[in-house]
Design a protein around this ligand. Structure first.
Ligand code: HGY
Ligand code: MN
Ligand code: MN
Length: 424
């Protein structure tokens, strides 16, 4: 079997077609484009998400890849011509975005994976096992919680039947929306176990840029805790109601927001806290709100510390609600412990980067990713490229073309090495 590693000399290191990759990122980014920005909005299972899915699927079809769509709408495209019993080396990510998203978050991992496969097929490399690229439904969790929904179901972490009943704010279900956009597939769930999984993703934070390092070998993902609070008080007139008679859910929501900020600052280290959603009913200038729905996103690299943060948060909520005379219902939207990736894959990423002359460092991901679900079933790790100004989940999200190409070339090398490796 051909030694595919670049240092063998038998095969000049292949290079991806960076221009093709960047033009596809731009073409996909134009779907759901946010006027006057380079950002895009393709919330999961919306018409824009369908349009993005259809475009990427066209590119997969044009390559002649074997395409499967499973019961949660995950799409996997595999190099043809291999015995179906041979587990592929898989890459992939997501093409759904948040409502104020960038064109690289998730999209880079899917399109770079497609680019790697096209490069390998064009070079007619003879591989011991196929390469595959997938996109996974609703990674963002912004419309349907939890995040990483499609990959969680793929690896058997959540029953498909339960996932299909999850609804958005308007009461529309995952199953109904998958059917409506034509992506309620029949490929089996849980999905086939890959030989290995490696995901290329933008860092979405400031570390690589701050340190002037070109790539990240991601060895872990921090723990994630999403809670939705429904706070019910007494709606009344803003002008006539004395303060002593109020039961104002808006004040409790504000106190919770300040509390979790102060908790994160007090805990320090990796602790982060965000109240991304705070919506008042009836949300009018002269009405004390009757209800506030809010979300609290807590994360930490250390699971015990995250649990301590959650315990303090819930205790504060109970006290604040009692003091104001409101009721609070808490609902967990997502809860994932921190994840360690496979050191062998992280080492391959570091070696491939070094051989291509790129600086690289080990990192823990602050964001959740589909790869953290695949780490449950096969050797997995991630490659990060820098985010300009450390910004993401923002229409100004940007990554330099040279970094995109470097990340894709390292993805290429790592997938080829994984294909030639016995990881048992
Ligand atoms: O929230 C996250 O970490 C990811 O963007 N879904
Ligand atoms: Mn992402
Ligand atoms: Mn994201």
């Amino acid at each position: 079997m051909t030694d595919l590693s670049p240092e063998s000399g038998s095969v000049q290191p292949l290079r991806v077609n960076g221009e093709r990759l960047i033009s596809r990122l731009d073409e996909l980014g134009a779907i759901g484009a946010i006027e006057g920005t380079i950002g895009c909005a393709r919330l999961a299972l919306t018409d824009d998400d369908k349009a993005g899915r259809d475009l990427v699927r066209t590119w997969m079809d044009e390559l002649g890849l074997d395409i499967t769509v499973d019961g949660i709408g995950n799409v996997i495209a595999t190099m043809p011509g291999f015995d179906h019993g041979i587990a592929p080396v898989m890459t992939g990510s997501h093409i759904d975005t948040v409502a104020t998203g960038g064109r690289y978050d998730g999209n880079l991992g899917v399109l770079a994976g497609l680019e790697v496969i096209e490069t390998v097929m064009t070079a007619r490399l003879d591989l011991p096992r196929p390469l595959a690229v997938g996109w996974f439904t609703d990674e963002e969790g912004a419309r349907f919680a939890p995040d990483m929904l499609g990959s969680l179901v793929y690896v058997g972490g959540l029953a498909l039947e339960e996932a299909l009943t999850i609804t958005d704010r308007d009461g529309l279900s995952v199953g109904g929306e998958l059917e409506r956009i034509g992506y309620l597939g029949s490929a089996p769930i849980p999905g086939a176990v890959p030989h290995a999984f490696v995901e290329l993703h933008i860092e979405q934070g400031p570390i690589l840029e701050d340190e002037g390092i070109q790539l990240g070998a991601v060895e872990a993902v921090q723990g994630i805790s999403w809670t939705e609070l429904t706070i019910i008080g007494q709606s009344c007139h803003a002008g006539t109601t004395p303060m002593r008679l109020r039961r104002d859910p808006g004040v409790v929501a504000a106190r919770i927001n300040v509390f979790v900020r102060e908790l994160a600052e007090r805990f320090g280290g990796a602790q982060v806290a965000t109240c991304g959603v705070v919506s008042h009913v009836p949300n009018l200038v002269n009405v004390v709100p009757s209800k506030v729905t809010m979300t609290v996103d807590l994360r930490n690299t250390d699971d015990a510390t995250l649990e301590a943060a959650e315990a303090e948060f819930h205790a504060f909520v109970a006290d604040a609600a009692a003091a104001e005379g409101v009721t609070v219902t808490a609902r967990s939207l997502a809860r994932f412990a921190s994840v360690e990736f496979d050191d062998r894959v992280a080492e391959m990423i570091e070696a491939a980067a070094a051989e291509r002359g790129h600086s690289i460092r080990r990192m823990c991901s602050g964001a959740g990713h589909d790869a953290q679900m695949f780490a449950r079933i096969c050797p997995t790790a991630m490659i990060f490229t820098p985010s300009v100004n450390g910004i993401s989940h923002n229409v100004t999200e940007y990554t330099e073309p040279a970094d995109i190409e470097a990340g894709a070339n390292v993805l290429l090398d790592v997938m080829l090495r994984l294909a030639a490796s016995d990881l048992s």
